[in-house]
Design a protein around this ligand. Structure first.
Ligand code: PL3
Ligand code: FE2
Ligand code: FE2
Length: 251
């Protein structure tokens, strides 16, 4: 009886100590172990996706400049930022001792990449901007915002710098589409119908690996929808049009 009481007291002490620790530092306790094989295995694919994504974003802005030659200088600036992002994320992988699975990442982007190339060949600027500057950037923003909360300190710092740039990129697409809304609305809607489901599929595909990195799928979707809907609103679409566009993700 006497002994039992003691154990109970100890447990109470332990659990109240934990509560205090948690309230002082609620985030760091949830961080994953960055050194495990399972973390590194998932990271080899996620890191590759991000590296490939940054490279393709660079290439896409250079391509878009061929369709708007008077924007060459601005678009070259955006493209340069993407190369810097690629370098940053490459360093994140190296820092954890992970080799990025680039073959996987190329496949991951192939459908969206193909659609961008077709639009580029046809000179469909609206579609190119929707794919790169709205959908891919909003996807990146959602991923990076969630990742920042659970990243290792080295990657956290790099990702915080990157995500600021991605908002500029999203804004670039937003402003062009806003100015040209009268003439590009129909193409915007059509391109969205084709490409938003691809983004949803990509998110589904990456969800298991992301969860190993302590990134929650619901949170990713939520962050994506915030960036996506905000942008459509700024472009000048009304609630009904935005709802209609967002619905393309669930069919
Ligand atoms: C645009 O500037 C870059 C495009 C990159 C797209 C990245 C999508 C990433 C989805 C994977 C979620 C995990 C993020 C973890 C960050 C290391
Ligand atoms: Fe980027
Ligand atoms: Fe970007």
């Amino acid at each position: 009886m006497h002994n039992e009481l003691k154990i109970t007291d100890m447990q109470t002490l332990e659990s109240s100590k934990k509560t205090i620790e948690e309230s002082i530092n609620p985030v760091s306790l949830d961080l994953p172990d960055f050194t495990t094989d399972s973390y590194k295995d998932a990271y080899s694919r996620i890191n590759a996706i991000v590296i490939e994504g940054e490279q393709e974003a660079h290439d896409n802005y250079i391509s878009i400049a061929t369709l708007i030659p008077n924007e060459l200088e601005e678009l070259t600036k955006l493209a340069r930022m993407e190369m810097k992002h690629k370098k940053g994320f490459t360093a994140c992988g190296r820092n954890l001792g992970v080799v990025a699975d680039m073959e996987f990442a190329k496949k991951f982007f192939s459908k969206l990449h193909g659609n961008f190339q077709v639009a580029l060949e046809k000179g469909n600027l609206t579609t190119c901007l929707l794919i790169q500057a709205i959908l891919i950037e909003a996807f990146a923003i959602s991923a990076y915002n969630v990742y920042i909360r659970v990243a290792d300190p080295f990657a956290k710092k790099i990702t915080e710098g990157v995500v600021k740039d991605e908002y500029l990129h999203l804004n670039y697409g937003q402003e062009w589409l806003k100015e040209n809304l009268a003439t590009c609305k129909e193409e915007l809607m059509e391109a969205n119908k084709v490409n938003l489901p691809l983004i949803k599929k990509m998110l589904d595909e990456v969800a298991d690996d992301a969860s190993v990195l302590a990134m929650d799928k619901e949170e990713l979707m939520e962050e994506f929808m915030i960036a996506y809907q905000d942008t459509l609103m700024e472009i000048g679409l009304d609630n009904r049009e935005i709802a209609r566009m967002a619905m393309a993700a669930i069919v």
